[in-house]
Every structure is written in C-alpha cells, then in structure tokens.
Design a protein around this ligand. Structure first.
Ligand code: AMP
Length: 183
C-alpha cells in the first residue's frame, strides 16, 4: 500500500490482513515502536521520523530482518514500504531469495486538501507527533511527490501497478483491493 500521508494505507492494510490472514507490516508503526522503546535503533531514527524524512535504507533493512520467513509463512501486506525505488529493488531481491515476487503495488490517490482534513482528524485520535506540525506533514508529502513517479514506474514495468481513488468509501476501495488480490 502506497500513498500520501493519511491516504488510508493502514486502514486498508489491516482489513486485507484480517481477510486473507496475511501479516500486516506497517513500516511507520515498526519505526515508532523502536523510538518508543528507546532502543539504539530508535534513538538513531527519532529525529528523522520527527522531521517527516526518510529513514536510511540500512536501518530499514534491519527492521525487515524477519520478513522473508513471514512472506513464506503467511504472505505480507506492506504498508508504507517500499517508499523509494531502492527499497523496491531491495524487496525484489529479498523475495527472490525465497522464490517469491511482489504481487501488487497499490497507490491510494488523495488530494492534498483531503490529506489536510484527515490529518487534522487523526491528531485527536492517534496523537502522532509527525501529524501536528504543518511543515513536517509538508516534508512527508514532498517525499511522496518526489519518489512516487519512479516507484510507480518500477511496478508499471512489471504490470503490478494499481491506482485507486483513496477518496471513495472505505468498503468500495477494499472491494477493489480484494479483486486485485484474487486476480
Ligand atoms: P507512516 O506511519 O507510514 O506515515 O510513516 C511515518 C514515518 O516513518 C515517515 O514519515 C518516515 O519518517 C518513516 N518511514 C516509514 N516508512 C518508511 C520507509 N519505507 N522508508 C523510510 N522511512 C520510513
């Protein structure tokens, strides 16, 4: 699942994980857990996440340590990963090592006005530090705007790219995602 902040990636990924018994791998959540635990890795990435910038790939690789086993055992719905072309290539390599490939890359499209509305609503619900500062949200949106074209092209070349209207009702989007998964 890929898209702007608050596009609905986690909402849909959770529903997919529940329906198909897949492991829900939410990269942002894993990174926030590391930060909250005060681990060495968490300390290294605290400022980067707080600023809405991308965590370096060597740290992302550490967080992905158990992913191959999980991919084989249950399948994985990734949420917020890959976010840049290099991560997509890393993922291709990791999956190839266990004889798998990524099935679909789904971009949830939402307008920047909708992002602003949703982030304002989410502040009250989730209390995420990176939602509260407008310039941090802007950084996160800029990362998306910069990386989305090469990343989408990578999956378009493989016929694995799907773009969905993230402003449709949750259940409508979910139905479309299920059709993609079951294809
Ligand atoms: P999210 O919960 O998906 O909105 O991600 C929150 C933050 O975690 C992002 O703004 C980044 O700082 C960091 N992050 C999440 N996923 C990645 C990723 N795949 N690569 C690098 N940084 C990431």
């Amino acid at each position: 699942m890929y898209g702007l902040p608050a596009a609905g990636k986690t909402t849909q990924a959770k529903k997919i994980a529940e329906k198909y018994g897949m492991y829900h791998f939410a990269m942002g959540e894993k990174l926030r857990e590391q930060i909250a635990s005060g681990s060495e890795l968490g300390l290294k990435i605290k400022n980067t996440v707080a600023a809405g910038l991308l965590v370096p790939d060597e740290i992302i690789l550490e967080v992905l340590r158990d992913v191959k086993k999980q991919a084989v055992e249950t399948g994985i719905i990734f949420d917020g990963f890959p976010r840049i072309i290099n991560q997509a290539i890393l993922l291709d390599q990791m999956l190839a090592e266990v004889g798998l490939t990524a099935d679909a890359f789904c971009l949830l499209k939402v307008s920047s006005e909708e992002v602003e509305k949703r982030i304002n609503n989410r502040i009250a619900l989730e209390n995420r530090g990176d939602d509260k500062d407008k310039s941090v949200v802007e950084n996160r949106m800029n990362v998306f705007l910069k990386e989305s074209i090469p990343l989408s092209a990578h999956y378009q070349e493989k016929n694995k790219f799907y773009e969905l209207d993230g402003e449709e009702p949750i259940e409508t989007i979910f139905k479309k995602l299920c059709e993609i998964i079951e294809k």
